[in-house]
Design a protein around this ligand. Structure first.
Ligand SMILES: Cc1cc2nc3c(=O)[nH]c(=O)nc-3n(C[C@H](O)[C@H](O)[C@H](O)COP(=O)(O)O)c2cc1C
Ligand SMILES: [Mn+2]
Length: 481
C-alpha cells in the first residue's frame, strides 16, 4: 500500500530499524547538521529530533540517506524495480487482436492511477493561518558556520507555466530572511525560473507560488527528478506510488498542493525584486557564493495540527542527496537508453557530485561513437551540466570507479582523446569562467579503432587461465590460506 503521508513513512522507517528518535534538545543552529553528517557518513539511521531548540515542531533528517531507505521510500526491493517498470511502459505497444488488446487493459488502468486527483480538503488544512504566523517558529536549520542564515532544504515549490497553465514542482532551497520572507533559489535552468522569466516578459507584477513541506516520500522525491519541462511531477509520483496524489487548492491562489502535506507556505514573488541569497554550504562540499535571487513573500500558512519538519543537509559528499541521486541514476537509465541504446550503464560517483563526473559504458559499433554519446548527454536535460564525461567500452564496470580509472588511464592519449566543449554549466560551479557558462570535458577512453586512425596493435588485459584458477582454488585451501 502506498504511504498516505510523511508520518506513515516515518513509521515504516522506524519498524525497519532505520530511524532513531532523539528525545533531548538539539540546536538547529549547526548541531543537527553535525548529527546528520556523522550519521550519514557512518551508515547510520534517519534521525527524528523530537525537541529541536526553539521550536515545537520535530525535525526529520536523513530519511532518504541510504539505498535501503530509498527502497523503503519507493516501496521496492531494489530501485532497479522502478527502472524495470519504466521499461515495461516504454515497451508497451498497441497489440494486434482483441484478446491482446484486452490483456492490455490492466496496464492501462494502472496508467489511470498516475494522474493526480483534486480533493476539497486534507490534513494540510487542519490549521489555516493568514495572520499571526512566523517562519521563525519552524526549526529551520542553520546548516554550516558560514551560511547566510537558516535554509529550508526540502521544499516542494509549486508554480504554474503561464503559457500552458501546467504545474511544476521543483525542490529549490529557501533562505529564511525574516518572519514572512525567504529567498527562492531556483537556478536559471530550472522550471520555476522559466515560469518567473515568462511572467516578467509579460510585464506582470506578481507570481503566485506555493511551497509544500513534507509529503509521502514518492511525492517529495518527485520534486528533484530531472523531468522534461511541463511533465507534471505529480503524475510521476502517482506512477511511483501506484496511487494518485490528492491535490488541494491553496487558500490564496489557484495553485494546488498535495493534500497530505505537513505544511504549506502560500505566497507570491514580486516580479523584479531580488535579494542577496547565500552563502550556503552546498553539495559541492564548498560554500556556494552569494548571488541575487527572487524573494518569496508568505501570505498564508496552512498545516497539520502537529506537523513534522523534514529537512536535509548537503556538504562534503557523500550526503543524503547522493542516495537520492543514485536512485535517479538507476531509474533514468532506461530512459537514457531509449535515446542512446548503445549505453550499457552509467555511474555518477559521490565525489563527482552528479554534475562533475559521469562514467558511461557503451557498446561501440562505429568510429567516433564515444564522442557522439558525450554530445548526446550534454544535450539531454539536466545531464547538460556534466562537467566531465568518461566513456569506456561495455566490458568495463562503471560502478567500480577504480576499474574505470585503471582502464581509462591506460586507454587514452590525452591530446587525442579529450574533447573540450563550451556550454551551460551548473550554477554551483565556482570554477567556470562565468556563472552558468563554461567548458566541459569528454574523455573517450574506449579502445581506439583503425577507423579512428589508430593502427597500432591493442593489447589484451591480463587474465589468469581458468583451469589454473580452479587448481589453485583447491591448493589455496590446502595451504591453509
Ligand atoms: C536537497 C536538494 C536541494 C536542491 N536545491 C536546489 C536549489 O536550491 N536550486 C535548484 O535550482 N535546484 C536544487 N535542487 C535540484 C532540483 O531540485 C532539481 O534540479 C529538479 O529536477 C528541478 O526541477 P525542475 O526541472 O522542475 O525545475 C536540489 C536538489 C536536492 C536533492
Ligand atoms: Mn519540472
Amino acid at each position: 500500500m502506498a504511504y498516505n503521508d510523511l508520518r506513515e513513512f516515518v513509521s515504516a522507517l522506524e519498524r525497519a530499524g532505520e530511524l532513531k528518535r532523539i528525545p533531548f534538545e538539539v540546536d538547529p543552529y549547526l548541531e543537527i547538521t553535525e548529527f546528520a553528517d556523522r550519521s550519514v557518513k557512518r551508515g547510520g539511521p534517519a534521525l527524528l529530533f523530537e525537541r529541536p531548540k526553539g521550536s515545537k515542531v520535530p525535525v526529520l533528517i536523513n530519511a532518504f540517506a541510504s539505498m535501503r531507505r530509498m527502497e523503503l521510500a519507493l516501496q521496492v526491493g531494489s530501485v532497479d524495480e522502478v527502472a524495470a517498470r519504466i521499461t515495461e511502459f516504454l515497451e508497451m505497444r498497441v497489440p494486434s487482436g482483441l484478446i491482446n488488446k484486452l490483456k492490455m487493459l490492466p496496464k492501462l488502468a494502472e496508467v489511470g492511477a498516475f494522474f493526480p486527483r483534486i480533493v476539497n480538503t486534507g490534513p494540510c488544512k487542519e490549521v489555516i493561518q493568514r495572520e499571526g504566523f512566523s517562519l521563525r517558529d519552524l526549526p529551520v536549520l542553520h546548516c554550516w558556520p558560514l551560511d547566510g542564515g537558516p535554509f529550508i532544504t526540502l521544499p516542494m515549490v509549486f508554480s504554474k507555466n503561464p503559457a500552458t497553465g501546467k504545474r511544476n514542482c521543483g525542490m529549490y532551497r529557501m533562505q529564511i530572511y525574516d518572519d514572512r520572507t525567504t529567498g527562492m533559489h531556483w537556478q536559471t535552468h530550472k522550471q520555476g525560473a522559466e515560469h518567473h522569466r515568462r511572467l516578467l516578459q509579460q510585464g506582470r507584477k506578481r507570481m503566485d507560488v506555493a511551497v509544500a513541506i513534507g509529503s509521502d516520500p514518492a511525492t517529495m522525491y518527485s520534486a528533484i527528478l530531472p523531468l522534461p519541462p511541463d511533465l507534471d511531477e505529480m503524475i510521476i509520483s502517482g506512477f511511483l506510488r501506484g496511487k494518485p496524489v490528492e491535490m488541494v487548492k491553496c487558500e490564496t491562489s489557484d495553485i494546488e498542493v498535495p493534500a497530505n502535506s505537513e505544511m504549506v507556505l502560500e505566497g507570491y514573488l514580486e516580479l523584479g525584486e531580488l535579494r542577496t541569497e547565500g552563502p550556503f554550504g552546498d553539495h559541492t562540499g564548498f560554500y556556494s557564493l552569494e548571488d541575487e535571487y527572487p524573494v518569496f513573500h508568505v501570505t498564508c500558512v496552512t498545516r497539520r495540527r502537529n506537523p513534522i519538519y523534514p529537512t536535509t543537509i548537503v556538504g562534503p559528499p557523500p550526503m543524503e542527496d547522493f542516495y537520492m541521486g543514485k536512485a535517479i541514476e538507476r531509474i533514468f537509465l532506461p530512459l537514457m537508453r531509449m535515446q542512446l541504446p548503445e549505453v550499457r550503464d552509467i555511474c555518477m560517483p559521490a565525489e563527482g557530485i552528479f554534475h562533475h563526473l559521469i562514467l558511461v559504458s557503451i557498446r561501440k559499433s562505429y568510429p567516433g561513437q564515444a564522442r557522439k554519446v558525450m554530445h548526446a548527454i550534454w544535450g539531454l536535460g539536466q545531464a547538460m551540466f556534466s562537467k566531465c564525461i568518461v566513456v569506456v567500452d561495455e566490458e568495463v564496470n562503471v560502478q567500480d570507479v577504480r576499474e574505470v580509472a585503471w582502464k581509462a588511464l591506460n586507454n587514452i592519449d590525452p591530446e587525442r582523446d579529450i574533447q573540450f566543449v563550451m556550454g551551460p554549466v551548473d550554477s554551483l560551479d565556482h570554477a567556470s569562467r562565468l556563472p552558468n557558462y563554461g567548458s566541459k570535458m569528454g574523455v573517450d577512453a574506449t579502445r581506439k579503432w583503425p577507423g579512428e586512425g589508430f593502427t597500432r596493435p591493442w593489447p589484451k588485459v591480463i587474465r589468469m587461465s581458468p583451469d589454473v584458477e580452479r587448481r589453485v582454488d583447491a591448493l589455496w585451501k590446502r595451504a591453509g590460506l
